[in-house]
Ligand binder design. Structure first.
Ligand code: FRU
Length: 759
């Protein structure tokens, strides 16, 4: 699977076809976005179902899977577009069940347009389907193109608006009302003669004391500055059932079928499909098995004259990092938030091969470089004098907001990934990188731990060993991701079956494996383990050398740290081989990106022929760390004393701000620079296998700090409560993990932890 041009901010499924956003709703603390989905192919052939994304914050989106499927006689040729309402404890969904019969024109005959109702408690499992309206419920003058129910509930009335095409090819919207979500009666048709043959995806919206009908008007004749897409999306002003003054919402190449919903704070948010039904242009991602994405969520409001303004949701501002003023020509990495002020009547900004230029009251978006447009040419609009331009540039899209969002142009573009040349003239330009700094990057070994079939026996007595993915840095990533965080492992694996096994396991745990380097110069590292009676271990390593040791500085790329919140490493990989240099480069890059550095020496004596070298390596890397984890068994070797207070003098050197001191079943401490100690006892459990317990401890502790929004510079001021909670959380996590064998396989999810520990 290729991630070239994969969007960073935008909802985009990794495989399959996507069109309209559906069922936008905020329910029980989460945003749900469904969409028209054909998982099986990227070209959209086949039946539509509803795919599903969720987000806690409108910024990070998680693909959940398919929701409504076309598996009923009333939606047998597609679960088409629709909407959702959060009402009391449930979500109510309304969508069009499309049924096409063969041998008909499918406009006047042969198509059933069934409006269907389902409910869900949590947005993932749906109830049985209830058909609310069928063809006989639409006015006589309608064709069988009636679809896309947008439902709202206010003042005790359920209102549904449907897009329709009449038998005479006039587009309109039909309004139905009812006392409950299962009984709708026709109320009226909203019309505006002369505006297209079909209105898709209608949406009734009140903004700033005025009423609007959003709709996608099909079949408008192209004009020099308007209707340059065969299917446009826009809004009418609404008085009673009379619609007028249609304005396009987006003048770019790729925007259609938007839908709005209310955020819990009252903002009205719009999300559109970054695509178009019929185009001469294409998208190269088809070859990678996927096509299309959704627009970024935009806030809508109106200006004094009642025009709708669209602007990127304000949450985006929290992703802004490293501000750069741009003059003339320079290179920048995507995604970017580009803010421009115009101080002349004429100017331009070009981002890679796309030029946005204005002259007087005309603004043009033009693909100067055809290799990036895949058939896209230019769009021209009348904007009046251009005062400001804001561009959200993701890895394969540009969304251009002009004059406080009064005019918008959205397009896909496919630059040579991911650094773009920006050139400007006549504009004052500030550009921000947009990044969610939430990823734990770990560097070092990923290997196979061979777990014995019996514990409490020596190597000679073990009958057989079973392979389990391990390696401390890989385990730490595993813990972080199993809990729901985002992590990336930097390591080398052999181009061999064990390398594949590790990769598969890490992917299953949710770890990003794209930075792994596969080599045929060495095999994947192996470690055979025996388990003592209480779960303590002895190792035998196969690593002379192994693939991870050959991962060098040249394998480290700057973009591994774009989204880095923390970098974690251990000592096994600090021997005299290329991996040690890779650590140096990684630490420097992570530090430059503002990331927190975490070091768990995790000593493995048998891997060193000279223990002084180990001691020196650890001493050399401790000052690089902001957080240092050390166990009671390691204290004396590393510091030369077994007295903790004395040892602290040695440990707090360089950047070290926090020491996490673990004592197995005797509990753990968090200690700050001033020697303040917070102690938390361990959770009593019968240990079966402690492999990966320490890694799980630090991985879950880091996850907890991350979830509290702690960044590197906060470490010095971190509250005692948070430290204590973090230790408690990590102790609980490890206590569950040592009850079953293996490392990553034994790590509990957040749900399991919550289930077991209710407080
Ligand atoms: C708009 C649209 C809707 C329909 C859906 C089918 O793009 O044609 O009218 O419900 O797509 O996928």
């Amino acid at each position: 699977m290729s991630f070239k041009w994969k969007q960073y901010l935008h909802m985009e499924p990794v495989r399959g076809w996507m069109n309209d956003p559906n069922g936008l709703v905020f329910h029980n603390g989460l945003y749900h976005v469904y969409f028209q989905y054909t998982p099986g192919n990227a070209t959209g052939e086949g039946l539509r179902s509803w795919g599903h994304f969720v987000s806690p914050d409108l910024l990070k989106w998680r693909f959940v899977g398919e929701f409504i499927k076309p598996d009923h006689i009333s939606d047998s040729t597609g679960a088409f577009s629709g909407s959702a309402v959060s009402y009391k404890d449930k979500i109510y969904y309304f969508y069009t069940g499309n049924v096409e019969h063969e041998g008909f024109d499918l406009v006047l005959e042969g198509r059933e347009a069934n409006q269907i109702f389902v409910t869900s408690d949590d947005g993932t499992c749906s109830s049985d389907k209830t058909v609310l309206l069928t063809n006989s419920d639409y006015p006589d003058y309608c064709s069988c193109h009636v679809r896309d129910p947008k439902v709202s509930f206010a003042d005790g009335i359920w209102r549904m608006v449907l897009g329709a095409r009449t038998k005479d090819d006039e587009g309109m919207a039909l309004v139905y009302e009812g006392p409950d979500p299962c009984n709708f009666r026709f109320k009226e048709a909203i019309t505006c003669p002369g505006m297209g043959y079909m209105w898709e995806c209608p949406d009734l919206v009140d903004l700033g004391g005025r009423s609007y009908l959003l709709a996608c008007v099909q079949g408008m004749e192209a004009e020099e500055y308007k209707y340059q897409n065969q299917n446009s999306s826009g809004y009418f002003r609404l008085v009673g059932n009379k619609a007028s003054s249609y304005e396009e919402l987006d003048f770019g190449f790729d925007f259609y079928a938007p839908q709005t919903f209310a955020a819990p704070d009252g903002r009205r948010i719009i999300i559109g499909w970054m695509g178009q039904g019929t185009t001469e242009y294409t998208n190269p991602t088809i070859e990678m098995g996927r096509q299309h994405c959704l627009s970024i969520p935009r806030e809508i409001e109106t200006d004094a004259e009642g025009f709708i303004l669209q602007n990127p949701i304000r949450e985006i501002d929290s992703l802004r990092c490293s501000l750069k003023a741009i003059e003339g020509e320079s290179w920048h990495r995507l995604p970017l938030d580009i803010v421009c002020r115009a101080d002349t009547k004429e100017g331009y900004i070009s981002i890679s091969g796309v030029k946005i230029s204005f002259d007087g009251d005309v603004l043009k978006m033009e693909f100067a470089d055809q290799t990036e447009g895949f058939g896209r040419t230019y769009r021209k609009i009348k904007t009046g004098i251009v005062k400001d331009i804001r561009i959200i540039a993701d890895r394969s899209s540009l969304e251009v907001f002009i004059n406080s969002g009064r005019y918008v142009l959205s397009t896909r573009f496919y630059p040579a990934f991911p650094e773009v040349r920006i050139e400007t003239s006549g504009l004052e330009v500030d550009a921000y990188r947009l990044m969610n700094k939430d990823t734990l990057v770990a560097i070092g070994e990923a290997l196979i731990d061979f777990i014995p079939d019996r514990s409490g026996v020596s190597f000679e007595e073990v009958g057989s060993f079973s392979p389990r993915t391990g390696g401390a840095p890989a385990n730490v990533c595993g813990a972080f991701s199993v809990l729901g965080g985002s992590s990336r492992i930097l390591t080398g694996l052999g181009a061999d079956p064990f390398g594949r096994l590790i990769t598969d396991d890490l992917i299953k745990a949710g770890v990003d494996t794209s930075a792994i380097e596969y080599t045929d110069k060495a095999n994947t590292a192996l470690a055979f383990v025996t388990l003592g009676r209480n779960g303590e271990r002895e190792f035998s390593f196969y690593r002379k050398p192994s693939a991870d040791m050959l991962y060098g500085a040249e394998n480290i790329r700057r973009e591994f740290f774009d989204d880095c919140w923390a970098l974690h490493f251990c000592s096994v990989s600090l021997g005299d081989f290329p991996m040690r240099d890779a650590h140096r480069v990684a630490i420097a890059l992570a530090r430059k990106e503002g990331a927190l550095i975490s070091f768990d020496p995790n000593l493995r004596f048998m891997l060193w022929d000279d223990l002084d070298k180990l001691k020196a390596a650890v001493a050399c890397f401790i000052p690089e760390a902001d957080i240092l984890k050390i166990s009671d068994e390691e204290l004396e070797f590393i510091t030369g004393t077994s007295d903790l207070d004395e040892a602290l003098g040695v440990l707090f050197t360089g950047n070290v701000k926090l020491v996490i001191y673990t004592m197995g079943s005797k509990g753990c401490y968090a200690i700050d620079k001033d020697g303040n100690k917070i102690y938390v006892p361990s959770v009593k459990t019968q240990a079966v296998d402690t492999t990966g317990a320490g890694d799980g401890f630090i991985g879950s502790l880091l996850y907890y700090l991350k979830s509290k929004g702690i960044k590197r510079d906060d470490l010095e001021y971190i509250s005692e409560d948070i430290l204590e909670e973090a230790l408690v959380f990590a102790s609980r996590f490890s206590s569950i993990s040592i009850r079953t064998e293996g490392a990553i396989q034994s790590y509990p999810t957040m749900e399991q932890i919550n289930k077991e520990f209710t407080t």
